[in-house]
Design a protein. Structure first.
Length: 263
């Protein structure tokens, strides 16, 4: 069976001991080398490009999309792909609060056909489901438009800041509608998780522990409407969850999914 790997990881931009974390992030990515990965909280400033720095020795094709510019630099989402990027786009997302987010798209020239890949990062406040509902509805509309004519089901990954039983994630899985609109995306963890809870924001990570939030699965790999094995997630696991030289690379754990090509 032909497969490829897709991953997501929030890299926590320049928070915490970021200069010490950067080589650990680089090492964590090098140890896994997924075929394509979506990164969130990527920082780009004059003289500092976090995505380019991580990619120095990895050799991926890279795409960056800014969520906002604070006057000192930009923060957004990034894509690293083993395959050439044919085109890319950044889509601003709606919000019910003063917190700006975006969806980053890359059409990849994969050996399995033209593969539409998307990464995003939704509003983080625990009580801001209103924004996340607006955002996932906008995302599914953008995915339908930007993936039109592609050869492979679209992949959508990211830090959604929402648990699996939230309205936002139930909408993506086809279990609930938003404003009368329904979609279906396969949650790679429900399809092929390794039996663990799949927690990606955890008190077992000291960078996350300080917030004393509940153990949660908020980072996802989704495939839009896989058909007859084409795009089916067949193995999924939490990744980037180990310390490197005594330190976690970031405050999140990531997810890696093995995706069947149907060939």
């Amino acid at each position: 069976m032909s497969t490829f790997s897709a991953a997501t990881l929030n890299i926590w931009q320049k928070f915490g001991p970021w200069e010490e974390r950067m080589p650990r992030l680089r090492a964590a990515l090098a140890a896994e080398m997924p075929d394509v990965i979506g990164l969130q909280e990527v920082r780009v400033e004059a003289g500092f490009d976090q995505l380019a720095s991580l990619n120095q020795e990895l050799g991926y094709h890279a795409v960056f999309g800014a969520t906002f510019d604070d006057g000192y630099g930009k923060t957004g989402n990034g894509i690293l792909s083993r395959w050439e990027v044919l085109r890319s786009e950044v889509v601003p997302l709606p919000t019910a609060q003063e917190e700006w987010r975006c969806l980053v798209f890359a059409l990849l020239d994969s050996p399995h056909g033209k593969l539409p890949f998307f990464t995003t990062h939704l509003n983080w406040q625990l009580d801001d489901g209103a924004s996340r509902r607006l955002q996932v509805r906008a995302i599914t509309g953008a995915v339908a438009e930007l993936a039109r004519g592609a050869d492979f089901p679209a992949l959508l990954v990211g830090d959604f800041n929402a648990e699996p039983d939230s309205d936002e994630m139930r909408y993506l899985r086809g279990l609930a509608g938003i404003d009368g609109h329904y979609v279906y995306y396969a949650d790679a963890w429900f399809f092929a998780g390794d039996g663990a809870p799949g927690t990606t924001y955890s008190k077992s990570n000291p960078f996350g522990e300080v917030h004393r939030e509940a153990e949660r699965r908020i980072d996802y790999v989704y495939v839009r409407a896989p058909e007859r094995g084409r795009g089916e997630p067949i193995a999924t696991r939490v990744a980037f969850d180990q310390t490197i030289d005594g330190m976690h690379p970031t405050d999140h754990y990531g997810v890696i999914a093995t995706i069947a090509t149907g060939a």
